[in-house]
Every structure is written in C-alpha cells, then in structure tokens.
Design a protein around this ligand. Sequence first.
Ligand code: NAP
Length: 144
Amino acid sequence: MSTTTLGVIGTGAVGLAVARRAVDAGLNVVLSNSRGPETLAGLVAELGERAHAATPAEAASAGDLVIASVPLAAHEQLPRAELAGKTVIDPMNYAPRPGWRIPELDSNKMTSSELVQRHLAGAQVVKALQCIGMKQLVDLSLPA
Ligand SMILES: NC(=O)c1ccc[n+]([C@@H]2O[C@H](COP(=O)([O-])OP(=O)(O)OC[C@H]3O[C@@H](n4cnc5c(N)ncnc54)[C@H](OP(=O)(O)O)[C@@H]3O)[C@@H](O)[C@H]2O)c1
C-alpha cells in the first residue's frame, strides 16, 4: 500500500502542528501557505524527507487527505477544483473582525463548516481540531 499524503493548506500554528504529528505517524506531507513554497524551505528541512512544499493548489492535488488550516476569512481562496472529491479537514473558527463579518454566521443560520462546504461543493468537509489548542495537540499526542 502506498504512503498516505496529507496536503496542508495553511502552515501556521495549526497546520504545522498537524504536519508534525502526521510525519511522526509515517505520512507524507505537502505544505503550503499564501507566500509561496520557498518560504517553507526551513520547515521542510526540519520535518525531513517526508515533507515537501508547494502551492495550495498543488498541496490539494497531492493530498489523499487535506487540512485547510487557513483563517476562515480566506476560505474562498481554497482551491475548489483541486479539492473536488477529497476529504478536507476543517479546523477553522469564525473570528469576526472589523470589515469582515458573515451575516449567516452571526444569525446562526449557517455553521462555519456549511460555509466552507458551500465553497468546496465537490469535497467532503469534515470539522475537526477546532477546539484543541496547538500546544496540547503537540504536547499531549500519544503513540499511534
Ligand atoms: N491557533 C489555534 O490554537 C487554533 C485552534 C483551533 C482552530 N484554529 C483555526 O485554525 C485556522 C488556522 O489557525 P492558525 O492559528 O494556524 O493560523 P496562523 O498561524 O495565522 O496560520 C494561518 C496560515 O494560513 C495561511 N494562509 C492565509 N491565507 C491563505 C490563503 N489564501 N491560501 C493559503 N494559505 C493561506 C498563512 O500563510 P502565510 O503565513 O503565508 O500568510 C498561514 O500559513 C484558523 O481558522 C483558526 O480559527 C486555530
């Protein structure tokens, strides 16, 4: 059986913590962010041979499973075509800020994952990891 690859769109606190746990568990990871793969070279070197860097669209294409660990305000930039047919882990929380609010979320007419699923119409969006601190995710993990 070939090794599972986790695509990581958004390599910040959450994406990096999950990428570290994924590498520890024997998965390959393809990291991406908004600034380009070259900005992830140091992390790739640190994570070792199971890690690569790419664009968000390439990470989406490469992933058997993809985590979309970006701010919710950026969810419409997630690569819809490349994520079609994929399972997408959604840890995003709604954090309204001045100039950016989503009325359907403010009025509880929709959940944030329904919003993400609406954009990623061809993907299967799975809510996870939104309620765990990244320190706990790193420090309290157990062996596979
Ligand atoms: N931090 C927590 O403890 C925590 C816990 C649970 C859930 N969450 C949720 O998880 C998500 C990520 O949180 P975080 O703390 O990891 O955020 P973060 O540290 O600010 O990292 C965000 C990442 O998303 C990338 N990004 C932003 N816009 C992008 C775009 N359009 N395309 C590709 N990548 C993009 C950023 O890339 P650049 O750096 O290149 O801009 C960065 O790598 C948020 O929705 C948050 O609500 C966070």
